[in-house]
Write a new protein. Structure first.
Length: 166
């Protein structure tokens, strides 16, 4: 092994060792910097997200604003951002059948990041009127947290990210 090869491999290993799953999320959502994201923080951040896409500030997300959400997600993908996108170079994701495909090649549940915004928002439209209000969006926070909280401690930490632990 050449010195150059050893240095490149060593740098890659150091980078992989420094990798913390969910670090970008934690930096943005752990508002009190205590190492965990609580329901209070989730509600606050989801309120901020709602406000970001509520272009006319009427407290309601319209079909046009849903399109803006999808455009934003596409821009994030193109910039190398989004779920699972901050892995060190050379580190791949879990092996599977492809995005949205479960066992036997059947379609499975897509993550919120990969689902069209209008589809995702329908699940939050509590009264079925086709409009998602600030309250409906923020009130979905407990379910949003529960779906991501792997160990059931009602707090998101870096332990709730990365490959499934067995």
């Amino acid at each position: 092994m050449t010195l150059t090869t050893a240095l490149v491999l060593g740098a890659g290993l150091a980078q992989a060792q420094d990798f913390t799953p969910g670090a970008d999320f934690m930096n943005q959502w752990d508002l009190d910097s205590n190492g965990g994201v609580s329901l209070v923080e989730v509600r606050e951040q989801r309120g901020n997200i709602f406000a970001m896409f509520d272009e006319n500030s009427d407290g309601r997300l319209s079909a046009a604003e849903f399109v803006g959400m999808d455009e934003h997600k596409q821009l994030q993908r193109e910039a190398g951002m989004g779920p699972g996108r901050n892995r060190p170079e050379g580190m791949t994701g879990p092996m599977g059948n492809g995005v949205g495909k479960g066992r036997g090649g059947q379609m499975g549940h897509q993550s919120g990041f990969d689902r069209p915004a209008a589809e995702e928002m329908r699940s939050l439209d509590a009264n079925g009127d086709g409009i998602v209000t600030t309250a409906e969006f923020v009130n979905g926070s407990a379910n949003w947290l529960r779906m991501r909280d792997r160990n059931g401690d009602n707090m998101l930490t870096s332990a709730d990210f990365g490959p499934p632990r067995g």
